[in-house]
Design a binder for this molecule. Structure first.
Ligand SMILES: Nc1ncnc2c1ncn2[C@@H]1O[C@H](COP(=O)(O)OP(=O)(O)OP(=O)(O)O)[C@@H](O)[C@H]1O
Ligand SMILES: [Mg+2]
Length: 496
């Protein structure tokens, strides 16, 4: 039993939609990669600038130490002071000369003379015996202004270098370097990168919005169409736009929907045809029965005739129902073929022999020419029914005294049946329809002969199950020839 679960009709919340997922993915990929790139770039620039500045400042301190070291003892203080000031102005910084105790002896700003300056760089040279030391600091605006004379700055750098006189080390040169400019340009680079990042992120967001819309529109359309179909409207289709897999999805869906619609239509038609066919014999029987009920004094022979007619209608009803059951069973694939090796020559001769008395009754000549010992793999009962239905038709649609010829031969590893008659024939425009269910060329006439239009559709289905084919060649007024081709080693659909 098939259970049909309810189609979901509520809209997907925005946060759970595929659009948001695409958007997020896009944003994360673009965002993270740019963030990594920007951080790396800022780090690179900052390293480059600080290293270069360190090298320059250390070099300057070394050069100056080479000049002022020997001068510490020999030159007079006024000359040394002048020289120191000139050099400091040239560097746009401050120069101090400290003795080995760390006390300032000379200062280009002339402010800290006699004071101790326990700066880490000075201590490293004096206490740890390093030749030179350099460090950048952020000691706060006040200290920076006091040390470098630069107002509004946050950063300052100290470069210390030992001073060597003729009798060895005689102090430390301290170069106070203004590095706020460098820090400012570094900040400018990173703020520019931030701006670029924001611009790119916004652009990515807009692009992602656009792209996600492009990607999700077909899916949303498909879902909407499915919802409508789920409510019973089988005529809706998805627009087949775009390209690639999504277009293919839409096309495949539409093909499936068309097939479903077709199936639905033919099923409805089948049901209405079947009910109509069943109604006719019932109506006839009701009339016969009512006539008998309301005419109790009906002559005995008329009553008997009525009863015979009713019996005939009951046979007809049974026949229709048997045919309908056969067809539905085949539709549901529950009627699997019982494949076995069968003697088709024997089967053909037997069927012809069985039907000969009926043909003889109508003065028809039923003849056969059967290739001997033709064996095939197939379902005996079903193949028997195929031949029976074809000969039955040939007899039904051929006038009394007509001729019917049945032949069996082998060609290209196929068994071929031909059932030929010289009966009424089939107009060309009807030939393609006679295998459809309930299709009859001449409705009034075939009802007279008891036909429902199911015989040939059963034939086509059974032959198809044997991987064979059936077709007709016919000329109205001259007769028809039905040809069945069956592969000799047929695998058979649903074989057991
Ligand atoms: N040998 C034939 N000669 C002329 N017309 C034929 C022949 N065989 C079939 N037909 C036409 O094809 C129609 C369909 O045949 P089919 O066997 O399916 O139905 P039927 O014979 O009318 O009824 P059923 O076989 O279900 O009792 C027939 O009604 C008839 O008009
Ligand atoms: Mg028939």
């Amino acid at each position: 039993m098939v259970t049909i679960s309810r189609i979901r009709t509520e809209k997907v919340p925005f946060w759970a939609s595929i659009r948001v997922k695409i958007l997020l993915a896009f944003f994360v990929v673009v965002g993270v990669s740019f963030l990594v790139a920007a951080t790396n770039l800022t780090g690179l620039v900052s390293n480059y600038l600080t290293e270069q500045r360190t090298r320059e400042d250390t070099q300057a301190a070394e050069n100056l130490a080479g000049v002022f070291g020997p001068m510490m003892q020999t030159a007079d203080s006024a000359a040394l002071n002048n020289r120191l000031r000139e050099s400091a102005e040239g560097l746009n910084g401050r120069l101090l000369l400290l003795d080995t105790d760390g006390k300032v002896q000379f200062d280009s700003f002339n402010a800290l003379c006699g004071q101790r300056l326990p700066l880490p760089e000075v201590l490293r040279v004096l206490m740890l015996d390093e030749t030179s030391a350099y460090g950048m600091h952020q000691p706060g605006g006040e200290t920076v202004e006091r040390m470098s004379g630069e107002s509004g700055a946050e950063y300052v750098a100290y470069g210390a270098h030992e001073l060597l006189g003729p009798r060895g080390r005689n102090g430390v040169l301290l170069y106070v370097s203004r590095i706020q400019g460098m820090v400012d340009s570094l900040n400018a680079v990173s703020s520019q990168l931030n701006t670029v990042f924001i611009v790119i992120a916004v652009a990515a967001l807009i692009l992602a919005l656009f792209l996600s819309r492009l990607l999700t529109t077909p899916i949303v359309n498909l879902s909407r169409t499915m919802r409508k179909m789920g409510k019973g409207d089988l005529s809706v289709r998805v627009p087949e736009k775009g390209s690639g897999e999504l277009r293919q999805l839409a096309e495949n869906y539409n093909t499936m929907a068309a097939q479903l619609e077709n199936l639905d239509r033919s099923r409805n038609q089948f049901v209405s045809n079947a009910s109509h066919e069943l109604k006719t014999p019932l109506a006839t029987m009701k009339i016969l029965l009512e006539t008998m009920m309301y005419q109790p004094d009906m002559p005995g022979e008329v009553r008997e005739e009525f009863m015979a007619d009713m019996n005939h209608e009951i046979d007809r009803l049974t026949g229709i129902i048997t045919d309908l059951l056969t067809l539905t069973r085949m539709d549901n694939k529950s009627d699997a073929l019982k494949m076995e090796e069968i003697d088709l020559s024997g089967l053909t001769e037997e069927t012809v022999r069985l039907l000969t008395p009926a043909a003889r009754k109508r003065g028809q000549r039923l003849e056969s020419s059967v290739a001997p010992d033709l064996r095939i793999r197939g379902d005996r009962t079903k193949l028997n029914q195929v031949l029976y239905n074809l000969i039955d038709n040939a007899m039904k649609y051929t006038q009394d005294g007509g001729e019917i010829h049945v032949s069996l031969e082998e060609k290209n590893d196929q068994a071929i049946w031909r059932v030929r008659d010289n009966g009424v024939g089939i107009p060309p425009e009807d030939q393609e329809h006679i295998f459809d269910r309930f299709y009859r060329v001449d409705k009034a006439r075939s009802r007279e002969t008891g036909g429902t239009g199911l015989g040939l559709s059963i034939v086509r289905q059974l032959v198809g199950m044997h991987q064979g084919q059936v077709y007709v060649e016919s000329e109205p007024g001259k007769g028809s020839c039905f040809v069945v081709e069956l592969p000799r080693n047929g695998k058979g659909a649903g074989a057991v």
